[in-house]
Write a protein that binds this ligand. Structure first.
Ligand SMILES: [Zn+2]
Length: 500
């Protein structure tokens, strides 16, 4: 039988000898030397010469917010590239002038990159957008700055998570207001399409999505329209657990393109918003963060999810939060036979990692978070140099045999960028080899979503989800490389302009 597609003449990741692979009906059917594999070439076979460029398994982003990534390209006012507080306000002002009705929603501001070095505040936003409700989420998604009109929609009293003077909402208070400012369903469906195109251009062919309420409907509509060209493994909000149980949905429900895997809970917040729960206080004041879910509540949900056949993903960044999550996992009876997930795991102690290994937990981490680690950067400012030097310890994780999955959290999406950071990190325990980093972004991420039978490596029988890079990292610096092509089930979903 002949092949539909043959990629010929470049290194094949994970194989020492192979330089060619063949695809039929969306799956890899053979991996080997060109001399043997070209026998599978028929009159209708598409033959793509690699010219020495390597082919990798499609990248699997193990932690994203895919609809948000799309909305950042279609609906939100993107503030991630703003290089000063003033520039962020200019962008919001321009958006309000262009769209003088309804909400103006900014996303992705990061004061650690600004000369002003302070959060956006209510008075700033009132000046920029005086006549419409306007809010702007910090890059980490844990702190929402609001103008007066937006703040008027927040029903909560002032307290730990609500500061009306500064116009700051944190955690649940921030997310609740964001839901009011969410666009209509059609805009969400378009956002899925935009995210999917963007992902393909970055070589991402699968994602584990930490979904927001309402995302599932948008995904289904995009899948029906054919605009979803990325495999999505969904982790729905923990609030959906009773409904999933009631319906009898178990892990793996869905299609090869859109699968419900489990539920996601929060143990704490983020380092940037000073809401990650720490054992010792932040260096720059404001206490030691917040636990967002009580241990007993988390343990109960975990037991229920486990019994229902759903995978649990728990966001835990600070050492105090990680300790609570491990205790909850223990209380819930989680064992090595299960495969639940710790999301972020930024400040674990070595003892906590030993415990995580014993419970069979997967570490879902984000190499791009290293952009905030190192001298003079945000984590050092918040935590001090000693704790910063032990943040995001990927090498400690691998040393203990803990399965490691890499993702981006959409900050920004982009495996090449994240992998580049772990090759040359600010601190030694953050360093991985190129093949370790690629594995975490492919095989490891697939395993974290129980998809290692179908995805994550280049082998006969697996889905032909593939990426071709612009050059060979053995001969060219990683940072110079680009994605030349991406394939989903053997269909080319991306071709770089100007690629040979
Ligand atoms: Zn996230």
């Amino acid at each position: 039988m002949t092949a539909d597609l043959i990629l010929q003449g470049g290194p094949v990741f994970g194989s020492d000898e192979a330089d060619t692979l063949a695809v039929r009906c969306g799956r890899i059917v053979a991996v080997g030397r060109a001399a043997e594999l070209l026998r599978l070439k028929g009159p209708k076979t598409v033959l793509i010469p690699l010219r020495g460029r390597p082919v990798l398994p499609g990248f699997f982003d193990a932690h994203t917010h895919f609809v948000r990534v799309g909305l950042e390209r279609t609906f939100y006012v993107a503030l991630g590239a703003a290089r000063s507080l003033g520039e962020a306000l200019d962008r919001l002002r321009e958006a309000a002038q262009a769209r003088p009705e309804g909400w103006i929603v900014g996303r992705g501001w990061d004061e650690s990159l600004w000369p002003e070095r302070r959060y956006l505040e209510r008075a700033d936003l009132d000046r920029a957008v005086p006549r419409q409700p306007c809010c702007a989420m910090r890059v980490d998604g844990h702190l929402l700055a609001c103008n007066t009109l937006a703040l008027a929609r927040c029903p909560l009293p002032d307290g730990e998570f609500v500061d009306r003077d500064l116009g700051h909402l944190r955690e649940e208070a921030a997310w609740e207001l964001s839901r009011l400012a969410r666009p209509d369903p059609d805009t969400l469906v378009d956002a899925v399409a935009a995210a999917s195109r963007h992902a393909a251009a970055l070589g991402v062919t699968a994602v584990a999505d930490m979904a927001a309420p309402g995302d599932l409907a948008a995904y289904q509509m995009a899948a029906r329209r054919g605009t979803l060209r990325t495999r999505v493994f969904l982790y729905l909000p923990i609030e959906d657990l009773p409904a999933l149980k009631e319906l009898g949905v178990i892990r793996g429900f869905g299609s090869p393109l859109l699968t419900i895997q489990g539920v996601k809970a929060f143990a704490d917040g983020s380092i940037g918003a000073r809401t990650a729960a720490l054992d010792t206080p932040y260096r720059d004041g404001n206490g030691s963060g917040q636990l967002l879910t009580e241990r007993a509540t988390l343990a109960r949900s975990w037991r229920q999810a486990n019994e229902a056949g759903l995978q649990m993903a728990v966001h835990a960044i600070g050492d105090r939060a990680i300790g609570e999550v491990l205790a909850a996992a223990h209380a819930a009876g989680v064992s090595r036979l299960d495969r639940h997930r710790l999301e972020h795991l930024e400040l674990p102690t070595p003892d906590q990692l030993d415990a995580a290994a014993g419970l069979g937990l997967v570490a879902s981490m984000q190499p791009n978070f290293l952009q905030w680690s190192g001298p003079g950067r945000l984590y050092e400012e918040r935590l001090g140099p000693e704790r910063d030097a032990e943040s995001d310890p990927y090498a400690w994780v691998l040393d203990r045999g803990i399965p490691l999955a890499f993702g981006s959290d959409g900050m920004p999406m982009g495996p090449l960028y994240g992998i580049g950071l772990v090759l040359d990190p600010p601190h030694p325990i953050q360093k991985l080899s190129l093949s370790e980093a690629i594995r975490a972004y492919t095989e490891g991420a697939a395993r974290a979503a129980y998809a290692e039978g179908e995805l994550g490596t280049i082998a006969p029988g697996k889905q032909a989800d593939l990426v071709v890079l612009s050059g060979d990292p053995d001969h060219q610096p990683w940072r110079e490389l680009e994605v030349d092509m991406a394939f989903l089930a053997g269909d080319r979903v991306y071709l770089r302009e100007g690629a040979p």
